[in-house]
Design a protein around this ligand. Structure first.
Ligand code: SAM
Length: 411
């Protein structure tokens, strides 16, 4: 049969498979299937869907979603007068008798998605690019973005921040990174992938934290302690998960961390929480890192390493047509020093990605930042990540802004 000729690395098929695993809306799957078939969902495309999407998905894959996709697939093929594979009919008939209608949107359902970051061919030199050019991150998520399950959904800003981390790995490797409102843990998994020296994820919701830990485990990351790290592998990046409600976070607790980079994705939305979030950012940004002699030597070594890999940043600048302002904003005017620049910043830096859904809430955030003697720079236009999620039509990257926040005296 022609199945052997169907290559799942061919872009249209790769996009269809990735969209299926990411549980993109089923209408998008149909339109990607049409692209594969040159305008219609041919028998050949159905065979690909059967052998690479359906047969390969494990028993934990969300059956109501599959049922809905099969229904649309059959309608589409029949509408065009084309054949439908027997296996597809049979599986749909099985779901018809075994699954009740309306389960698809059940609010409490947890599903297993897989986010595939697809690196373009020319990116083989990026340290974050895996050999297969595809980085797959399985995640357990909620189907319900609101009502108590906010942190168990993947929000668009964390997709953007993940693309940013994977596009500029040298800005994060060998850095201590601390994320606020980490949700499912996607950003942390990307930070571990680019070898941040320390990854601390935090959230103020217990069930989100439990789900996040599960996701770290399914991505083969250990949720270690310092002692474990020393015994196992001192170079292995460590992921810690901490319960950190911004309202009750104590200054002393925050001062026990001294991150180089603080990250936050889609955390600016609730005006009630914002003064507390800004206080947390302010305390973390005002930390002076106490470096031991050994750490200073490591930093010099990593600075040299970064000098060697800074070609990636130059490539990125060319890609973005960046005149240097974005990088300078991010790096604290130190890129000319040769290394990635973060070494010579006077203090830590926060990277906040956000969809501005309510301008008043965002202006309130800016006012609080100003009162706290912090400064915000919008680097969205000047430092753009690669599009590593080309198949994800539900993700509108143009609605996301990326900001740096730093202390006025350190920039
Ligand atoms: C909109 S979700 C974004 C989650 C994740 N960063 C993403 O982009 O996918 C906001 C996250 O912030 C957390 N959060 C909201 N208010 C918080 C608070 N007051 N203290 C700590 N975490 C909070 C939520 O539990 C949730 O995980």
């Amino acid at each position: 049969m022609a199945d052997e000729n169907l290559n799942q690395a061919d872009p249209p098929y790769l996009h269809l498979l990735s969209a299926f695993l990411a549980m993109e809306p089923t209408d998008y799957l149909i339109s990607l299937s049409r692209v594969c078939g040159g305008g219609s969902v041919t028998e050949r495309v159905q065979r690909f869907i059967w052998s690479h999407c359906i047969s390969e998905s494990d028993e934990k894959f969300h059956a109501p979603y599959l049922k809905n996709f099969l229904k649309k697939l059959i309608c589409e093929a029949e509408l065009n007068g084309g054949p439908v594979l027997d296996q597809i009919y049979e599986l749909y008939a099985h779901f018809m008798t075994s699954l009740m209608d309306g389960v698809v949107g059940k609010e409490t359902a947890r599903v297993n998605k897989c986010i595939s970051f697809i690196f373009p061919n020319e990116c083989f030199q990026l340290s974050s690019c895996p050999k297969s050019r595809k980085l797959m991150i399985p995640l357990q998520c909620s189907l319900n973005m609101l009502a108590g399950d906010t942190g168990c959904s993947v929000w668009p800003s964390s997709l953007y921040l993940s693309e940013f981390i994977l596009s500029f790995p040298e800005l994060f490797s060998n850095k201590s990174c601390f994320e606020v409102g980490s949700g499912v843990g996607l950003v942390g998994i990307c930070l571990a992938h680019v070898k941040a020296s320390e990854v601390i994820l935090s959230d103020g919701d217990m069930s989100t934290l439990a789900n996040m830990k599960l996701n770290l485990e399914s991505n083969h990351l250990s949720i270690g302690t310092d002692i474990q790290k020393t015994i196992e592998d001192p170079k292995k990046s460590q992921v810690k998960c901490i319960y950190l409600p911004w309202e009750s976070a104590l200054k002393e607790q925050l001062q026990s961390f001294s991150p180089d980079i603080i990250l936050g994705a889609d955390v600016i939305y609730d005006p009630v929480c914002l003064p507390h979030l800004v206080r947390v950012l302010d305390t973390l940004l005002n930390q002076t890192k106490p470096y031991s002699k050994e750490q200073n030597e490591n930093r010099e070594a990593s600075s040299l390493e970064n000098t060697c890999t800074s070609d990636n940043l130059k490539d990125a600048k060319q890609r973005n047509g960046d005149n240097g302002n974005g990088l300078e904003a991010f790096l604290g005017k130190s890129e000319r020093n040769g290394a990635s620049g973060l070494e010579s910043r006077k203090g830590p830096l926060a990277l906040i990605a956000s969809v501005i859904r309510n301008i008043d809430t965002f202006d309130y955030f800016l006012g609080l930042i100003d009162k706290a003697s912090l400064t915000v720079t919008d680097i969205t236009e000047t430092l753009q990540p690669m599009n590593l999620l080309p198949y994800m039509k539900s993700y509108n990257r143009s609605e996301i802004r990326l900001f740096t926040v730093s202390c006025k005296h350190s920039s």
